[in-house]
Unconditional design. Structure first.
Length: 139
């Protein structure tokens, strides 16, 4: 009788590129960071201001518009990036499976692309504009 080894995904380091200046984004990513750190997972979290965006053909504006995950050498953006991240996080895998199902994946992706991501980006632009107006004027 042949015995098969259980399937284990050998994971390269995953990198999550997010907007650390966004309070909502930071709060969510901080939760993922705490979980992955406590479990010793190979996931690195990079603020878009410190990440090597040019390597992936991203501008700062592109990176600020949605979450990006680099997994197994592939850049994943938007809602699929959440699915990729959740699939690696204990306690979140079930959500990746449920929302990754055909139909739900499409609906959740539309919700992220048309509602959540634009709203968060608009808040980001508003914060930048306020910071620009509050900057001291050099004389």
């Amino acid at each position: 009788m042949r015995r098969f080894a259980p399937y284990v995904r050998v994971m390269e380091e995953t990198e999550v590129i997010y907007n650390a200046s966004c309070p909502i984004c930071s709060r969510e990513v901080d939760g993922y960071r705490r979980l992955s750190t406590s479990r010793g997972l190979a996931i690195r979290y990079s603020d878009l201001e410190q990440a090597d965006l040019a390597r992936w053909g991203l501008s700062t504006e592109d990176a600020a518009r949605r979450l990006h995950v680099i997994r197994d050498g592939q850049l994943i953006a938007g809602f699929p990036a959440f699915l990729a991240l959740w699939a690696d996080l204990p306690g979140w895998r079930w959500l990746a499976r449920v929302l990754g199902a055909p139909g739900l994946r499409h609906l959740a992706g539309l919700g992220y692309d048309w509602l959540a991501a634009p709203a968060l980006y608009a808040l980001h632009r508003r914060r930048l504009k306020r910071a620009l107006h509050k900057a001291p004027v050099s004389r």
